[in-house]
Ligand binder design. Structure first.
Ligand code: FES
Length: 207
């Protein structure tokens, strides 16, 4: 449901170096879906060449409410920042038996940096940061934050993400369920907090 997009007014020339981000955040739960477009002007706008080289992206996360997800682009990929609720966090440990790699022990250096090798796969428990690309064949999974029975998901669904391409499912820490096409958990990109409100994606202290 939640998407980030580069919004260009109809008919306007596309100036890729000066384009602004329009980021959509959403609240998903129960019966309803509410979405609000929030204009978000990048604090800096690296050139296309710099972006291709992997420039880091600074993100203001102060407006993300519990249960919401913000998507930004880094190296041409969607990066999710999910602010998990206490209930969503509390449910993670119970899911371990159903997951293919609950402790992120497979390819740890590739998909899970050392500082995210914990129960929540994150630096701060509340915020989950992940590359929103399925580890099977590269589709972008969709939010399935609501719990319980719903199409394409088990009746005891605990909330998370569904890759509709071939049915892989991931929990709120991006951990893939057993016996799914996706071989690995979602990638946690290098990242670090510059302050409580500012997240830097693409760099970490490595310390
Ligand atoms: S690309 Fe996600 S399940 Fe195949």
């Amino acid at each position: 449901m939640t998407q980030a997009s580069i919004n260009v007014p109809p008919g306007a020339p596309i100036d890729k170096d000066k384009r602004n981000w329009i980021v959509t955040t959403s609240v998903i739960g129960g019966a309803g879906v509410a979405a609000a477009a929030v204009p978000f002007v990048s604090t800096f706008q690296p050139s296309e060449r710099a972006k291709a080289a992997g420039a880091s992206v600074e993100v203001d996360i102060s407006a993300i409410k519990p249960g919401e997800k913000l998507t930004v682009e880094w190296r041409g990929k969607p990066v999710w920042i999910v602010r998990r609720t206490p209930e969503q966090l509390a449910g993670l440990a119970k899911l371990d038996p159903q997951l293919a790699d609950p402790k992120s022990e497979r390819k740890p250096g590739e998909f899970t940096p050392e500082y995210a090798r914990n129960e929540n796969r994150s630096i701060k428990p509340e915020y989950f940061v992940a590359v929103g690309i399925c580890t099977h064949l590269g589709c972008s999974p969709s939010d399935r934050f609501a719990t319980g029975a719903q199409p394409s998901l088990p009746d005891d669904w605990a909330g998370g993400f569904l890759c509709a391409c071939h049915g892989s499912t991931f929990d709120f820490a991006g951990r893939v369920y057993k016996n799914k096409p996706a071989p690995d958990n979602l990638e946690v990109p290098p990242h670090m907090y510059l302050s409580d409100a500012k997240l830097l994606i693409g760099e970490d202290k490595k310390a």
